[in-house]
Design a protein. Structure first.
Ligand SMILES: Cc1cc2nc3c(=O)[nH]c(=O)nc-3n(C[C@H](O)[C@H](O)[C@H](O)COP(=O)(O)OP(=O)(O)OC[C@H]3O[C@@H](n4cnc5c(N)ncnc54)[C@H](O)[C@@H]3O)c2cc1C
Lengths: 253, 388
């Protein structure tokens, strides 16, 4: 069984001090640390689990600048077979449709059963590349997968709904499956894997022009500071009472 | 070719993987293991599964076949989080696996190395004796030939990984006679656990590396077959020195990692602690301290990586650089842990704070595998101070 895993290099923004670049369309990258998008790491693990069960190849695809090779190599060290990096002329010009088109263009002739992507990218939060890719390729897709049982020709997947509900679907290959964090436990790349990764190929598709963009990023910005938090004063009893009151008024108690 | 300060890809991958592993698997348990002074077989096995034992060994012996730069980066990253696990990894690779791989016969390599790369067995290096530390030529343990066996008598002290429940054996240096120039002849032997007359006991109450095991070894008419000799008779002293030269790279990496760990903790703490209404990281005296730490660490890193690079290039002068790197990295670590505790104030003195452990763990680095004084002497001699 062959799979393709789409991964994205994203900045770790949780604890970083963010600065917006002068063109207002990207972050200043100088002091940021980049890593594989969290959900993509789970998508990769899902492909590795399948490879262990059924054999076959895993092809990594990423749209990004040269530095993306760092996360691609880690995926190769974990056991992926080969990789394709697509380098657009300008990352900030891309929208999800353009990214999906670029990927579709490279993978349509490959021999694959499943294409895995993360369910959302932590930097732009679109959640669209996977499903758009499926539409362009004209194949089935299932999004936000939280459990998956794969067979030879198709898979049973579970999606999590609001209110504690789960929904179960069958998909036939070829299909795109977008993966949620928590579906598995991503492994560490082994040191032997690191050695092997150095002889694996990353095929580079250089400086491609982006076709078919649908939305245009105007600017990124910090919203103006909102209403200040309400500080409750007084002794423990008074604070508890006031807190309960507020929670009740919001229907939370 | 132009000068290039980028690490090779395999070393970058090594840093990513080992940092993730150290944060995910070691940090959560390091404090408890340290407090209980407990060696963790589970963690050692996990480190073996990752491939941390035998990084530089060829695949046919169970290694990863990588070079020394990735190995040094791995030790640095483990030690950034925990000195004890750093010690287990550095000692087992450089002192345990190293001598068998570099000086052993093919038979010895095949017999031991595959068992030593899984994380289930460790091997120790016995040089230091109660009366011979810095003066390694003063060791008194002897081995006397008797038929096709050697009979070893004597004892060793402060031997890392010597008495874990998973120790497979040790390399022991012994006096085997007198050379033609009148000096003592040294030879090394591979002594397996369970050999009659060989006993290994754990030393307790260490101030540092509390979850790494340090042992005393006793040889009491301990008989080994002549096939247990490491390399040739008379090569023992050279083998030990060569092992220590390479080992200094890994102790340097422990110092570098410890220093980086201290800076990381200090930055994190001072950016959340407020006094006088301000984050204490913004008081100039504190900010400048951390700026100095950053500069010192970067310098230490460059020196250590250069020493490692020289070794990988097969250049003899690496030995001098390894001595410098070990000396400098361990002293940078000394200054960094000192500043880091100071920046934590009273909280830095409490054992529930990781920085206290780094503070204790650092001290060994100026003593083990060549004290700072011995290293200064080595360097002074090399630059000609005594040639007058
Ligand atoms: C936790 C731990 C783990 C260890 N692991 C191992 C191991 O795995 N294998 C092994 O063989 N050994 C090991 N050692 C031993 C270590 O290498 C020695 O402790 C070290 O070499 C110093 O020897 P010593 O303790 O006898 O001190 P000494 O040599 O007695 O030194 C005491 C002091 O005198 C100074 N001094 C000595 N000679 C001179 C001189 N000529 N000029 C100026 N000053 C001098 C020293 O610098 C030091 O400050 C370990 C030690 C520890 C604490």
């Amino acid at each position: 069984m062959n799979s393709i895993v789409c991964i994205k290099r994203v900045p770790e923004t949780a604890e970083a001090t963010l600065k917006i670049a002068s063109d207002n369309r990207r972050l200043e990258e100088e002091n940021l640390v980049f890593a594989i998008n969290e959900a993509d790491n789970y998508a990769l693990e899902q492909a590795l689990l399948l490879q262990e069960e059924f054999g076959g190849d895993i092809t990594i695809v990423s749209v990004g600048p040269e530095k993306t090779d760092e996360i691609i190599r880690m995926a190769l060290a974990k056991g992926a077979t080969s990789a394709i990096r697509i380098t657009p002329t300008d990352m900030a010009e891309l929208d999800p449709f353009a990214v999906a088109s670029l990927i579709a263009n490279e993978v349509e002739d490959l021999d694959y059963d499943i294409i895995f992507t993360g369910c959302v990218a932590s930097d732009d939060g679109f959640s669209q590349v996977g499903v758009t890719l499926a539409e362009i390729l004209g194949i089935e897709h299932i999004s936000m997968t939280i459990e998956m049982e794969a067979g030879e020709d198709g898979a049973t997947v579970n999606r999590e709904l609001e209110g504690g509900l789960m929904a179960k679907y069958d998909v036939k290959y070829p299909a795109v499956v977008t993966i949620q964090t928590g579906i598995n436990e991503p492994r560490y790349a082994s040191i032997l894997g690191i050695k092997r990764a150095s002889s694996k190929e990353i095929r580079v598709v250089d400086s491609v022009d982006i076709g078919g963009k649908r939305v245009n990023l105007e600017k990124i910005y910090f919203p103006p500071p909102g209403k200040m938090a309400e500080i409750i004063e007084g002794g423990p009893d008074a604070v508890a009472e006031k807190t309960c009151e507020i929670l009740k008024s919001k229907g939370l108690l | 070719m132009s000068l290039n300060y980028d690490l090779p890809d395999d070393a970058v991958m090594m840093r990513n993987t080992v940092r993730e592993f150290a944060e995910g698997e070691i940090r959560p348990v390091a404090m408890e293991l340290d407090q209980k002074a407990e060696f963790s077989p589970e963690l050692t096995k996990k480190m073996g599964d990752l491939g941390l034992f035998g990084v530089f060994l060829p695949e046919k012996y169970g290694g990863a076949g990588l070079g020394y730069i990735p190995y040094i980066v791995a030790v640095e990253e483990i030690s950034r989080v925990d000195g004890s696990q750093g010690a287990t990894v550095a000692a087992h690779n450089s002192l345990g696996i190293g001598p068998i791989y570099y000086f052993g016969t093919e038979e010895q390599r095949e017999k031991y190395l595959p068992q030593l790369t899984t994380g289930e067995k460790v091997w120790a290096f016995g040089l230091t004796e109660p009366d011979a530390g810095s003066d390694a030529g003063g060791t008194k343990t002897t081995a006397v030939k008797d038929g096709d066996e050697w009979v070893i008598n004597g004892s060793k002290i402060f031997i890392t990984n010597g008495s874990t429940p998973y120790s497979l054996g040790c390399t022991a240096q012994a006096v085997t006679g007198t050379r033609s120039d009148g000096k003592k002849e040294y030879t090394c032997f591979l002594v397996e656990q369970g050999t009659p007359g060989f006993k290994a006991e754990t030393m307790h109450n260490k101030m540092m590396w509390r979850s790494s095991i340090t042992s005393e070894l006793y040889f009491d008419d301990c008989r080994v077959h002549e096939s247990a000799m490491l390399g040739e008779r008379g090569e023992g002293f050279h083998q030990m020195l060569d092992t220590l030269d390479k080992g200094r790279l890994s102790i340097g990496a422990m110092g570098l990692g410890c220093a980086q760990g201290a800076l990381d903790l200090a930055l994190k703490y001072t950016k959340q602690r407020k006094q006088f209404g301000k984050y204490i990281s913004t008081f100039q005296v504190n900010a400048f301290k951390m700026a100095d730490m950053f500069v010192e660490i970067e310098n230490a890193r460059n020196l250590l990586y250069k020493a490692t690079w020289l070794y990988e290039q097969g250049r003899k002068e690496y030995k001098l650089w390894a001595s410098m790197a070990k000396l400098h990295c361990s002293e940078v670590a000394y200054r960094c842990v000192n500043h880091a505790v100071q920046l934590h104030g009273g909280y830095g003195l409490m054992e529930e704070n990781e920085v206290a452990r780094l503070y204790r763990d650092q001290k060994l680095l100026e003593i083990g595998e060549g004290t700072s004084e011995i290293l200064r002497w080595v360097i002074a001699r090399r630059i000609g101070c005594y040639d007058v």
